[in-house]
Write a protein that binds this ligand. Structure first.
Ligand code: ADP
Ligand code: MG
Length: 675
């Protein structure tokens, strides 16, 4: 590994080093492994072969002068036409008027953007140049402080100096088994491939290496956790716990039993539990949480259950109060709207240990909340919590065990990757007797048919949710929309009571509305997405989701999970007129399966993890070349190989892994992730 600073290269002074640092390049190693994200010639595409909404690089001749039009507040659009072979297409850049000078009529241009087939138009994202670069010209992610060409030259120079010295880090056995290119050849070929085939092989090797090193790091962290024993050993009372489980209103499903055992084993062990509990909507995670909290209490520790919304907190409070009714366990609810006096009492109870379990929103992590002996922290719908919030809560106790629950299931490989050092438990069956929700997708003009159908359900005594479109820019617009739909439905259903719920209401108001729906005083509830998580009203059998294509599939699946919670057949009607093929495909996915894992898998395949989870925040690492979805099979292989290596307890002293180990250790010294 070339740990020397880039400043050792001629032509790199302090200023340039700073620029490179902004790209995450500090050492020579960083520089030569800063791979291009595409190549000029490899990926230029023909108009005739592009799919709708595909991101592509197109080369053509500019055939009209560029025109900038301004609209709204500080908005502009740059537009011009290009020709490829004999096809003319439109190119438009939004708020990038400064690119105008690069667009010269009758000259060649290479643009990168998203293709809209219906309009034969490219929504431009980048101008990549005039098309005069050499074959296989690499294209790097750069920023304003460094030019493409400058970076290219630097990398070529570094390769000339160091290529011969690039050492192999993968064990020979893996190189042979998967017929991988030697590292030195692969690194060079990523930047300057001699042939397309060489590039493909280099890429395969690099993807494997990226995933494999990542997995080695994770396994390293896990092994460290396993050995550290620095967590709490929560010695619960098995007999008391069994007795408690006997009092539950139903028999646990096999899957619930399995994950309960996994969690209990973690509690007991001195290892610091970090477990992700995945289970589809309605699979019964709350009960599992209750059992874990109860176990914790029998060992003399306190537990906290943290949820993202007030409504969900109240509902959990109700379920837990009910489940713990016949026990001596004390539960308290702490949210933003807890009154000052009550809040003081709860804080005192938590600090002196008289409260066993606290349920709450982010109000749980305020500075003045202190626990006497916090043993277990459970977060529900954890994807909505920032990493920091979880950390703060965790730090309030002596490394409490942590259980993350989520109803947004993601494929196992991705879970392992996203949640790195966490263990994963999965509830993969629903309680018996559930009738799968029937989902239909209709176009807006058919809405009246849907309402007629809904009327039938209401007449049978059931209730209905109507979810209003999500308007990304503005919560105020959301509310306005909801208000309009609310009024329409009051007109359309004069014989039923309609309620309205939205995010701008005061918590007490929201409560009243929810309560009324729960008590069947209102039969129709119009709501923005505040209803989304966890709400449990079994008598509701119909959900209509307006403008469904504006929602993420995970969110639609969550929403849909609000019905089908009782013993009757339930229906989810998606009203949408998607603008493109991907949108249509997404609606179809929803109608084809009620299995959250399949929904997320197909959504991922369609849109990629970045779009599905939102980057960074999701905790899903970003790889340079590897793609979690496209290369999932390689990820799986890399994971198996890494864990096979860790099974040899002395692997780090075996000659075969000497280079690998040295590389990981050095990497750790730089990034702080391995030892
Ligand atoms: P989720 O996993 O979505 O949080 P919940 O914990 O809210 O699901 O459970 C959904 C519903 O299923 C609740 O009404 C709960 O009482 C019920 N339930 C949970 N476990 C079982 C079971 N083993 N048998 C029957 N019903 C169950
Ligand atoms: Mg739940």
């Amino acid at each position: 590994m070339f740990t020397q600073s880039v400043t050792t290269l001629s032509g790199v002074g302090a200023k340039r080093a700073e620029t490179l640092a902004s790209l995450g390049i500090f050492t020579v190693e960083d520089l030569i492994t800063y791979y291009p994200f595409r190549y000029e010639d490899v990926q230029e595409r023909q108009l005739t072969e592009i799919m709708d909404q595909e991101k592509v690089t197109l080369k053509g001749i500019v055939v009209t002068p560029p025109v900038v039009s301004r609209f709204g507040y500080k908005k502009n659009r740059l537009q011009f036409k290009m020709k490829q072979n004999d096809e003319v297409f439109q190119v438009s850049f939004f708020n990038q008027a400064y690119l105008k000078d690069k667009v010269v009529p009758f000259e060649e241009l290479v643009v990168y953007g998203k293709w809209d087939a219906a309009r034969a138009s490219l929504a431009g994202m980048k101008i990549l140049g005039s098309g005069q670069q050499s074959d296989f010209a690499p294209v790097y992610h750069v920023n304003k402080t460094i030019r493409q060409k400058t970076l290219q030259d630097l990398i070529v120079k570094a390769l000339e100096l160091y290529e011969q010295q690039i050492e192999e880090i993968l064990p020979q056995s893996l190189i042979d088994k998967y017929r991988l290119l030697p590292r030195s050849q692969a690194v060079r070929a990523m930047h300057v491939p001699k042939t397309h085939q060489e590039y493909e092989q280099a890429k395969r090797r690099v993807i494997f290496e990226e995933f494999f090193l990542f997995q080695m790091n994770i396994q390293g962290l896990k092994a460290k956790e396993r050995d550290a024993k620095e967590g709490l050993a929560i010695h619960y009372e098995p007999n008391e716990l069994k007795a408690f489980i006997q009092t539950l209103p139903f028999e646990l499903t096999t899957a619930q039993k399995k994950v309960t055992n996994e969690i209990c084993a973690d509690l007991k062990s001195p290892k610091h539990m970090q477990r992700l509990l995945q289970g589809d909507v309605g699979s019964g995670k709350t009960i599992v949480a209750a059992i874990a909290l109860y176990a914790t209490k029998t060992a003399g520790f306190q537990g906290a259950l943290m949820v993202p919304t007030e409504i969900l907190a109240q509902q959990h409070m109700e379920s837990l109060t009910h489940l713990f009714e016949q026990t001596s366990l004390t539960v308290a609810l702490l949210t933003g709207s807890t009154k000052t006096r009550e809040r003081q009492e709860i804080l005192a109870g938590l600090a002196n240990g008289t409260i066993d379990v606290v349920v709450g929103t982010h109000a749980l992590i305020q500075d003045d909340v202190a626990f006497s002996h916090l043993g277990l922290v459970i977060t529900d719908e954890q994807h909505r919590f920032g990493v920091n919030q979880r950390k703060i809560l965790r730090e309030k106790g002596l490394k409490p065990d942590v259980l993350f629950m989520t109803a947004t299931p993601i494929p196992r490989t991705l879970a392992i990757t996203a949640y790195g050092e966490m263990d994963v438990s999965i509830i993969d069956e629903l309680p018996k007797g559930r009738i799968p929700i029937e989902t239909r997708w209709i176009k807006p003009p058919q809405l009246s048919d849907a309402l007629a159908f809904a009327r039938g359900e209401l007449k049978k005594g059931h209730q209905m949710y109507v979810i209003c479109p999500l308007i990304e820019e503005s919560e105020t617009l959301d509310v306005k929309n909801a208000q309009a739909i609310y009024e329409e439905l009051q007109q359309a259903f004069p014989d039923f009571a309609v309620g309205l719920l939205h995010g701008k209401m005061r918590p007490s108001e929201k409560d009243q509305i929810m309560e009324a729906f729960k008590e069947n005083e209102t039969q129709i509830l119009v709501s923005t997405t505040v209803i989304e998580v966890g709400v449990n009203i079994p008598n509701a059998s119909v959900m209509i989701i307006m403008d469904a294509d504006r929602f993420g599939l995970a969110q639609l699946h969550q929403l849909r999970g609000r019905v089908g919670r009782g013993q009757t057949a339930s229906y989810c009607i998606l009203v949408a007129q998607p603008k493109n093929d991907i949108g249509k495909e997404r609606m179809k996915i929803m109608t084809e399966t009620t299995n959250g894992f399949i929904v997320s898998e197909r959504d991922l395949a369609l849109r990629g993890p970045g779009e599905v989870f939102g980057n960074r925040q999701s905790g899903i690492p970003e790889f340079m070349i590897a793609d979690l979805v496209e290369h999932a099979h390689i990820l799986e292989v890399a994971q198996q190989e890494a864990s096979a290596i860790f099974k040899q307890s002395n692997w780090n002293v075996l000659p075969e892994y000497a280079m690998l180990h040295a590389y990981l250790v050095q990497n750790q010294q730089q990034n702080g992730s391995f030892d």
